[in-house]
Design a protein around this ligand. Structure first.
Ligand code: SF4
Ligand SMILES: [Zn+2]
Length: 113
C-alpha cells in the first residue's frame, strides 16, 4: 500500500488527497496523474532522470518541489514494464499483420466476383 510522501500516512491507491495532512497526491485532482513531491528541504530535480540528461523544459527546474513527470534515477529499472510494452508492440504488429492479410483476402474476393 502506498504512503503519503509528506507524512507517511498510509493511503489508498485511489485517494487524491492525503487524509491526514491534506496534501495533494495527484495532479489536478485526477487519480491517473501522480504528483511527485520532494521531502522537506530538498528538491526533486537533482535525482530526476530528465535533469541528468538535460531534457527537462519545465520552468520549475531545477527547484521543483512537486512535479508530475519526475523519474527517480535511483529507482530500480522497471524491466517488467518494458517487457509489457514490448509485448504490446508485438501484439500490435501481429494485429496489423492479420489486418493486412484480411485486406488482401477481401481484395481477392472482390476481384473474383
Ligand atoms: S521533470 Fe520535474 S523533477 Fe524532473 S528535472 Fe524537470 S522539473 Fe525537475
Ligand atoms: Zn500526508
Amino acid at each position: 500500500m502506498p504512503s503519503c510522501p509528506r507524512c507517511n500516512c498510509r493511503i489508498e491507491q485511489t485517494q487524491t488527497v492525503c487524509p491526514q495532512c491534506r496534501s495533494a497526491l495527484t495532479a489536478y485532482g485526477h487519480p491517473g496523474i501522480p504528483l511527485h513531491r520532494a521531502t522537506e528541504d530538498s528538491f526533486l530535480c537533482p535525482t530526476c532522470a530528465y535533469e541528468l540528461d538535460d531534457t527537462c523544459t519545465f520552468p520549475q527546474r531545477p527547484y521543483a518541489e512537486t512535479c508530475t513527470l519526475y523519474r527517480d534515477v535511483r529507482a530500480p529499472k522497471q524491466s517488467s514494464q518494458r517487457q509489457v510494452s514490448r509485448g504490446m508492440s508485438a501484439d500490435l504488429r501481429s494485429q496489423l499483420w492479420w489486418l493486412g492479410l484480411l485486406c488482401i483476402f477481401g481484395v481477392a474476393v472482390l476481384l473474383a466476383l
